[in-house]
Design a protein around this ligand. Structure first.
Ligand SMILES: *[C@@H]1O[C@H](CO)[C@@H](O)[C@H](O)[C@H]1NC(C)=O
Ligand SMILES: *[C@@H]1O[C@H](CO)[C@@H](O)[C@H](O)[C@H]1NC(C)=O
Ligand SMILES: *[C@@H]1O[C@H](CO)[C@@H](O)[C@H](O)[C@H]1NC(C)=O
Ligand SMILES: *[C@@H]1O[C@H](CO)[C@@H](O)[C@H](O)[C@H]1NC(C)=O
Ligand SMILES: *[C@@H]1O[C@H](CO)[C@@H](O)[C@H](O)[C@H]1NC(C)=O
Ligand SMILES: *[C@@H]1O[C@H](CO)[C@@H](O)[C@H](O)[C@H]1NC(C)=O
Ligand SMILES: *[C@@H]1O[C@H](CO)[C@@H](O)[C@H](O)[C@H]1NC(C)=O
Length: 266
């Protein structure tokens, strides 16, 4: 009850009359209808479902993306602009000034194998939410509050599953960067950026409904989110993907020697 009152007040405050796509708000949510484009990115789909981005998923210009990310998630203008530049390459038209959510489905441009919630293109649909795949990721989300280790475990597991089964598995270093950003996104939007933690219920609700988790008590971040925040969480996830645990301090030269011996004589 309390949660819904809070979200009603908040969404009223957030509602913006846009000449292009009507009232955007946390309460105004409608999944894609016939003829609406959606893509592999749950966050952009979600912003379109709420009308923070065009509901039809088309004509996402720089201005539209900057405004949508700012109104929906309090993203800094320069961050919104950067994200637009990253997505724009998915539009195959030369010198395009917009992209559509459907452009993002092009395999191995931005969309990649071993996604957290989508099937590999090799097995069929690479952009619609797939609960079988998401269950595989969630198997590693073992506590009510996710930390970067659980998130990294889910990411690594998906890569191993994919590489072990998909003969066409592709995962370049630039895809690794996108993948890290995707894993970081729920922490940035719904969680604690400083400590790299996020309530699991909010993340699952978001993926499964492509809806901002306002009815679970989430509110738009009060502090403007900038590239520094994204970089910080991304680096925390990157660090957590290492399967090597820290060595004892001060044993650096000694351990190198031991390692060589171990390799030679075992
Ligand atoms: C896309 O949006 C821009 C800016 O709002 C507008 O000028 C343009 O006509 C739109 N294009 C299409 C194809 O809707
Ligand atoms: C937005 O980000 C830029 C570059 O990271 C920074 O210079 C600027 O201060 C930020 N603005 C706000 C309002 O946080
Ligand atoms: C795209 O932009 C480049 C550089 O400004 C220009 O040379 C080229 O003709 C443009 N292509 C189209 C199809 O507009
Ligand atoms: C979900 O992914 C699995 C594994 O790739 C695939 O077999 C299944 O057909 C997918 N389901 C849908 C509805 O696309
Ligand atoms: C298979 O891999 C190649 C090379 O990475 C890629 O171009 C192609 O899109 C992939 N196809 C599928 C269906 O995964
Ligand atoms: C996570 O959010 C849900 C929904 O608001 C709430 O019921 C739950 O207590 C939260 N969990 C933790 C560990 O804070
Ligand atoms: C990532 O690991 C490096 C090396 O241990 C460390 O210096 C850095 O502070 C870590 N980054 C974050 C964001 O935790």
């Amino acid at each position: 009850m309390k949660v819904s009152i809070v979200s009603t007040i908040l969404s009223a405050a957030l509602a913006t009359a846009s000449p292009h796509f009507g009232m955007a708000s946390l309460d105004n949510w409608k999944p894609a209808g016939h003829g609406d484009f959606r893509g592999p990115c749950p966050m952009l789909n979600t912003l379109s479902n709420h009308g923070f981005l065009p509901h039809d998923g088309r004509n996402l210009t720089r201005e539209v993306v900057i405004n949508g990310l700012s109104e929906g998630l309090n993203f800094n203008v320069s961050l919104g602009s950067l994200m637009f530049d990253m997505a724009l390459v998915a539009n195959p038209e030369p010198n395009a000034t917009y992209f559509t959510l459907d452009n993002l489905n092009r395999h191995n441009v931005l969309e990649h194998d071993a996604s957290m919630s989508r099937s590999d293109a090799y097995y069929g649909n690479n952009h619609v939410f797939n609960s079988t795949i998401f269950d595989k990721t969630k198997a590693y989300w073992t506590k009510p509050v996710l930390d970067v280790t659980m998130l990294a475990n889910g990411k690594l597991a998906r890569q191993i599953q994919s590489r072990a089964s998909n003969p066409n598995y592709t995962f370049t270093s630039s895809m690794e960067e996108f993948s890290l950003g995707e894993v970081a996104a729920p922490v940035i939007a719904f969680g604690d950026i400083q400590h790299g933690r996020v309530n699991r219920s909010l993340v699952e609700y978001f993926f499964e409904n492509e809806r901002l988790p306002a009815e679970l008590g989430w509110t738009r971040p009060e502090k403007v989110i900038s590239l520094t925040d994204i970089s910080k969480v991304t680096e925390m996830i990157r660090n957590a993907t290492s399967l090597i645990t820290p060595s004892k301090s001060g044993s650096r030269s000694g351990s190198t020697k031991r390692d060589l011996h171990g390799g030679m004589f075992r």
